[in-house]
Design a protein around this ligand. Structure first.
Ligand SMILES: Cc1cc2nc3c(=O)[nH]c(=O)nc-3n(C[C@H](O)[C@H](O)[C@H](O)COP(=O)(O)O)c2cc1C
Length: 206
């Protein structure tokens, strides 16, 4: 039986790597891949000390990858002092991986606001209740904060906290990886230094 990535043959799967990412993500969702929107985000401090965690992919906006978080979290502090990031997606059902590297900008307040309004009320309240990445004394403290927030917004819409919002990872390097038989996998790297340049494409050994 041919391997399901054998259709890739010798050609790269597309000229624009973000369109391929979107297509692979849609396919992974349709195939019920576990959490296709969970992507690993690596940041680093200004001394170059790296850290990584999973955040959720919230789509492609203005040619960049959008995610949301707390602007006072560790990742946000690192992004403020060193606005570069790497992302990794893994779609195991299809044996595919996408690696993205690029610079990072905050989304506009309007973009963060628009996204916040689409969130379930519980998540909106949670954004207020959690001082993300700060030490807290106990689970009880977190629950008390959650209770206070519920009382504060009772019967009213939940406003977006100023300390919560989106970031955009503007890709400068994207690698598309397709698992193939006998470890002879396909790796296609797309690079460009500026957003208006065409992508340069090369194949790497697996
Ligand atoms: C499946 C999954 C999805 C997550 N999604 C997000 C997210 O979209 N935004 C976020 O800030 N944290 C998300 N988290 C929590 C982060 O992994 C991390 O614990 C948190 O953001 C604090 O990271 P930091 O201290 O490095 O800033 C998610 C965790 C998991 C396991």
């Amino acid at each position: 039986m041919p391997h399901f990535n054998s259709d890739a043959q010798s050609a790269a799967p597309g000229a624009d790597p973000l369109s391929v990412l979107q297509r692979w993500f849609d396919e992974a969702q349709a195939k019920k891949d576990p959490l296709p929107d969970a992507m690993t985000l690596a940041t680093s401090s200004k001394e170059g000390r790296p850290s990584a965690r999973i955040v959720l992919f919230k789509g492609i906006r203005r040619g960049a990858i959008f995610f949301v978080t707390n602007y006072q979290s560790r990742k946000a502090r690192e992004l403020e002092e060193n606005p570069r990031a790497a992302l990794v997606f893994h779609f195991p059902t299809w044996e595919r991986q996408v690696r993205v590297e690029g610079r990072v900008e905050r989304a506009t307040a309007a973009e963060s606001e628009a996204y916040f309004q689409t969130r379930p009320r519980g998540s909106q309240l949670g954004a207020w209740a959690s001082p993300q990445s700060q030490p807290i004394a106990s689970r009880g403290e977190l629950e008390a904060r959650s209770q206070q927030v519920e009382e504060r917004f009772e019967g009213a819409p939940v406003a977006r906290p100023e300390f919560w919002g989106g970031y955009l990872v503007i890709p400068e390097r994207v690698e598309l990886w397709l698992g193939r038989t006998d470890r002879l996998h396909d790796r296609f790297v797309y690079e460009r230094a500026k957003d208006d340049e065409p992508w340069r494409l090369e194949r790497l050994a697996p």
